[in-house]
Design a protein around this ligand. Sequence first.
Ligand SMILES: C[S@@+](CC[C@H](N)C(=O)[O-])C[C@H]1O[C@@H](n2cnc3c(N)ncnc32)[C@H](O)[C@@H]1O
Length: 225
Amino acid sequence: MYTAFGYALLSALKNPEETFLLSFNGSSETQQQCLEYMRLRHDEIDLLDRIEIPENARVLDYGCGIGRHLKYLRDRRADITCIGVEKCDGLRSHCSEAIAAPNGFFDNIADALKEDPFDLVLLMGNGLGILGDEDAARKGLRDLVNSMAQGGKLVIETGSMSGRGYQTEKLRISFNNRTDGPFPWGSAGRDWITRVLENLRCKVNISESQAPYGISFFAVATKSN
Ligand SMILES: C[S@@+](CC[C@H](N)C(=O)[O-])C[C@H]1O[C@@H](n2cnc3c(N)ncnc32)[C@H](O)[C@@H]1O
């Protein structure tokens, strides 16, 4: 399956000016620059650079998109194993070609979680949203923490307008003749993320993200013994 988001980003590999349309909860569509979803910002680079990644670490990027975070990590570390989960076939094929082995790309999280424990799990690019509504997000985070080695880290970018609790919005994405959605997209405040991850026996560190709209933050959860 190819998604509108995937078509847009793959098209932007040839035409960097490419845009797609995004709408929340039935509001009017806003034009999004594909490049914003293809390049790492400085604050993302700083965050990744601050994380200690053990030798031969296994890294899982859930909803890896065009693979910008895995590409960055692979460029710096030939020893790590890069595992991506991405539902768009085209984006997955791009990542398998662009990110050198050892690697593995899956179209669903269940298959990726059958693999050995992960040392680092990424839910980046407002990635908590992938998990859907609040109940699904609680379960999804529990499954991800269960898949991690002791001392492993889970890095999440999220943020909501209210800044508190958990919200689920309906997203629609259009590019050329294709529209996906409305589909549920979750976001959380610092209080919700901290409470849920601490209940999963993680230590949680919150830092600021420079993502557009000024509402996002990073949560880095370390799995305790
Ligand atoms: C907002 S994008 C973020 C991409 C990437 N993390 C980044 O920061 O560049 C979310 C990505 O997750 C993928 N995705 C959404 N739901 C998914 C699911 N249930 N399983 C696998 N991939 C999913 C989408 O196709 C999209 O590429």
